[in-house]
Design a protein around this ligand. Structure first.
Ligand SMILES: [Zn+2]
Ligand SMILES: [Zn+2]
Length: 356
């Protein structure tokens, strides 16, 4: 059985990167072209990234010592295989240093690819520790990092992501863009199949899939209802100079939509605002690849209703509150958290929301 830990394997990988840089540093540079310089840059970036993750991830999982000494079998197996790949990769440079000649331009791309794999392996190692340590938290670590930022903004007063006034202007619009930046730090948007857009989380490998979407909208839709509600005396809130207030809490209506365009028909459609889904996703069930999603609105209401009964929250967070994929989550939002013509809305929607 291996005596390695996350820390020893990461150190061994860092040593390989250092060795690559050392081989390049001591070479005769008089005939160097762009490929050689590119190779140096690629190795330096890989090393910087690895160090950055090594410093930034442990605070989320009980600290450096805990992270370094971790030896969960999946994490060790992943890092061992990655170490072997890095070793093969650096062997190219050892051979090159012995034989001379030009650096193969393909290697730099390979360094960049391995750098990305190492980043994801570190994220997943941290996510495994996080998942074990927080049974009451359904979110994966990647989602939690986004969610925490969103909560901090919401708690900071006025203009948080939950202050549903829509529109792209000023502070509110800026925060929505920051939400997207936070999302891009924990995973990647990519085209998926012919028509879909997916977000792939670096921490849990879960996919969130927006079906039939031309491109991902970066702002929430303007919510006319929120505008109207903000000042009932002025229809549509048109005479307001101040940004309208968020809708009253606990009303059952939440601002979750963004407006995109269907790729197939070019028609407008409502989709779940990406940072809302990303900040609330849950690692895929075993054997699955689609991330699940926990409804934060139901969660909030439940926590409010139940107070501090932690066991109840655990039960709730893991079962009724979690949807099997993004489509199911959107269905729930449309059904339970969308404003309908007022008299028709609630209380029935609200009641069933608590049972769902
Ligand atoms: Zn995740
Ligand atoms: Zn809900």
């Amino acid at each position: 059985m291996s005596l390695d830990t996350v820390g020893t394997l990461l150190a061994a990988i860092a040593n390989l990167l250092h060795e690559g840089l050392w081989l390049l540093a001591r070479a005769d540079k008089s005939f160097w072209g762009p490929d050689e310089h590119e190779q140096v840059r690629a190795l330096e970036e890989a090393l910087d990234d690895a160090k950055k993750d090594f410093q930034e991830l442990p605070p989320h999982v009980n600290g450096q010592v805990y992270y370094e000494n971790d030896r969960k079998p999946e994490s060790i197996a992943e890092l061992e295989s990655l170490h072997a790949r890095f070793n093969l990769h650096i062997q190219n440079l050892r051979n090159w240093a012995a034989a001379g000649g030009a650096v193969n331009p393909v290697w730099a791309a390979e360094t960049a690819h391995l750098r990305r794999l190492l980043h994801r392996a570190q994220c997943r190692a941290a996510a495994r520790i996080f998942a074990l340590g927080r049974e009451s938290e359904p979110r994966c670590l990647g989602a939690f990092l986004v969610y925490r930022k969103q909560r901090a903004w919401a708690g900071g007063g006025g203009g948080g992501p939950d202050a549903a006034t829509g529109g792209g202007g000023g502070e509110y619009g800026r925060r929505q863009l920051e939400e997207l930046v936070a999302c891009n730090a924990v995973g990647k948007f990519e085209r998926f199949g012919d028509q879909d857009v997916a977000f792939v989380c670096d921490f849990c490998d879960g996919y969130l899939v927006w079906e039939d979407l031309e491109s991902m909208p970066s702002l929430r839709s303007v919510d006319d209802r929120a505008l109207a509600r903000a000042d009932p005396a002025s229809p549509g809130g048109q005479q307001q100079q101040e940004p309208p207030a968020p809708p009253p809490a606990g009303e059952g209506v939440e601002h979750w939509q963004a407006t995109g365009f269907a790729l197939s028909t070019r028609e407008e459609k409502s989709v779940v605002f990406a940072p809302l889904a990303i900040g609330n996703h849950v690692a895929p069930a075993p054997g699955q690849w689609r991330a699940r999603v926990a409804c934060p609105f139901c969660e909030d209401r439940y926590v409010l209703a139940q107070g501090d009964d932690e066991m109840e929250q655990i039960r709730y967070g893991h079962d009724e509150n979690t949807f099997e994929d993004l489509a199911a989550f959107q269905g729930h939002l449309e059904w339970q958290h969308t404003a309908l013509p007022r008299p028709a809305l609630l209380p029935s929607a609200r009641e069933s929301c608590t049972v769902m």
